[in-house]
Design a protein around this ligand. Structure first.
Ligand code: PLP
Length: 392
C-alpha cells in the first residue's frame, strides 16, 4: 500500500536548512529559518517561561486529562491578552497544538458551518496557509497584499475582494505579515474592518507574532477594531514566537460570536472537532503560558523579554536598510526599516538568491524572504556588500 503514496513537494525551508547544515564554509549565514535568534544566534527559553515551568514542576500533582477545549484558565488568559477583558462573553476558545493547529481547526469549523465559503488569502502569504486550507477541502482565492511601492495595497485588496461572496472568509495577518513585514496602518485597519463588516465577510486572523511589531498593545489593537465591527471572527493564535515555546505546541483558536448562545454552539463544535482530531490539546506549554500571564511578576519579566526581542529586530532593520542603501547605492531597500516583525523580502531575483548562496554562503528562501533576527550587527556590513556584489 505504501508504495502507492504520491511524491510530495519538498518543503522549501526545510530543504534550505539541510543545504545550510551541510555547507562547510565557516562564514555561512542562515537567513531562512523561521525562529527568533538572539545576538549569539541562539533561540533561548524565555526566563519567565523557565520560571513558570519550574513552578509547574514543583506544584503540579496530576497529569490527568484536561478538557477538550484545554484548560479554562488558559482560554481566559489568551482571550484577555488578545481581545481585552470585555470580549469573554462573546468568545469561544479552543486550545490547539500551536498556531498551525488553530488554523487547521479554523478550516474545519468553516467546512462544518459554511461548506461553500471560499477562503481569501493575501498574496503573498505564509505558504502553509494554502496547504492547510486545501488539505481541509477549502476553496482558496487570493487578494493583493503588497503594492509595488512596498506599502500595504489597500486598493488592490478592496478590488480583489469585490469578487468575494457574503459569508466568504478573509485571512489576515494580525501583525508582522509573513513574508513581507508590511502591515496596514491604523486608518487602513479601521477601513478594512468596516469594509468586511459591510460585505458580510468573516475575518480569520492569523496571529503568530503578537508583540514583535509595534509592541503588545499596538499589535493587539487591530483585533479589537475588527471585533468591534464584525459580528463574527476567528483568530488563530500562536504562542510559539510570543512566548518562545515553539516545540511545546501552544496555540488557540478564538471564535468571536455575536451573542452568548452562538458562542456556546461554537464552543461545542470546537470541542467536537478537537475530539475527532486528537482529543485533548497539549497542556504543559499552555499551562506555563497561563502562569506567566496570571502572575504579575512573571508577566512583567516576560513583557520585558519580548520587548527586548522586538527592539533588537527594529535596530537590525534600521541598520540593514541604511547599510544596503550605502553599499548598493539605491533606495530600493529603504522600506525594510519601517516594516515589522521577523521577516522582510529583499526583492531579489532568483539568480541573485542563488549567487548569494553559491558565492557567499548566504541562505535565504526562494522568494527572497529573510529572517531579520538571523542577523547580528557584526554581519550586516558584510551582507550589504555581498548583496551589492550580486546586484552589480
Ligand atoms: N502563521 C504564521 C504566519 C507563521 O509564520 C507560523 C509559523 O511560522 C504559524 C502561523 C504557525 O506557528 P506554530 O509553530 O505555532 O504552529
Amino acid at each position: 500500500m505504501f508504495s502507492a503514496l504520491p511524491d510530495l513537494p519538498e518543503d522549501a525551508i526545510l530543504r534550505l536548512m539541510a543545504l545550510y547544515r551541510d555547507d562547510p564554509r565557516p562564514a555561512k549565514l542562515d537567513l531562512g529559518v523561521g525562529v527568533y535568534r538572539d545576538a549569539d544566534g541562539r533561540t533561548p527559553v524565555m526566563g519567565a517561561i523557565k520560571a513558570a515551568e519550574q513552578r509547574l514542576c514543583d506544584t503540579q500533582d496530576t497529569k490527568s486529562y484536561v478538557g477538550l477545549l484545554g484548560a479554562p484558565d488558559f482560554a481566559a488568559a489568551i482571550t484577555s491578552l488578545v481581545l481585552g477583558d470585555d470580549m469573554a462573553a462573546r468568545t469561544a476558545c479552543a486550545a490547539t497544538p500551536g498556531g498551525t493547529g488553530a488554523l487547521h481547526l479554523a478550516a474545519e469549523l468553516v467546512a462544518m458551518a459554511a461548506p461553500g465559503a471560499a477562503v481569501w488569502l493575501p498574496d503573498p502569504t505564509w505558504p502553509n496557509h494554502a496547504g492547510i486550507l486545501a488539505h481541509c477541502g477549502r476553496s482558496v482565492r487570493h487578494y493583493r497584499h503588497a503594492a509595488p511601492d512596498g506599502r500595504f495595497d489597500a486598493k488592490g485588496m478592496a478590488e480583489d475582494l469585490r469578487a468575494a461572496a457574503p459569508g466568504d472568509v478573509v485571512l489576515l495577518h494580525g501583525c508582522c505579515h509573513n513574508p513581507t513585514g508590511i502591515d496596514p496602518d491604523a486608518d487602513e485597519w479601521a477601513a478594512l474592518a468596516a469594509g468586511l463588516a459591510e460585505r458580510g465577510l468573516l475575518p480569520l486572523v492569523d496571529l503568530a507574532y503578537l508583540g514583535f511589531g509595534a509592541g503588545l498593545a499596538a499589535d493587539a489593537a487591530p483585533l479589537r477594531v475588527l471585533a468591534a465591527h464584525c459580528p463574527e471572527m476567528l483568530i488563530a493564535v500562536s504562542c510559539s514566537k510570543t512566548f518562545g515555546v515553539y516545540r511545546d505546541r501552544v496555540g488557540a483558536l478564538l471564535a468571536v460570536a455575536p451573542q452568548p448562545a452562538t458562542r456556546e454552539r461554537t464552543a461545542a463544535a470546537l470541542a467536537h472537532l478537537n475530539r475527532l482530531n486528537f482529543s485533548f490539546p497539549p497542556d504543559h506549554g499552555a499551562r506555563a503560558v497561563t502562569l506567566v500571564l496570571e502572575d504579575d511578576g512573571l508577566r512583567v519579566q516576560w513583557h520585558d523579554e519580548l520587548e527586548a526581542m522586538r527592539r533588537r529586530i527594529a535596530g537590525l532593520r534600521a541598520a540593514l536598510a541604511a547599510g544596503l542603501r550605502q553599499a548598493a547605492q539605491t533606495d530600493q531597500f529603504d522600506g525594510i526599516a519601517a516594516q515589522r516583525g521577523m521577516f522582510s523580502r529583499l526583492g531579489l531575483k532568483p539568480e541573485h538568491i542563488r549567487e548569494l548562496r553559491d558565492r557567499h554562503a548566504v541562505y535565504l528562501v526562494g522568494d527572497g524572504r529573510i529572517n531579520i533576527a538571523g542577523l547580528t550587527d557584526d554581519v550586516i556590513p558584510t551582507l550589504c556588500r555581498q548583496v551589492a556584489d550580486v546586484l552589480h
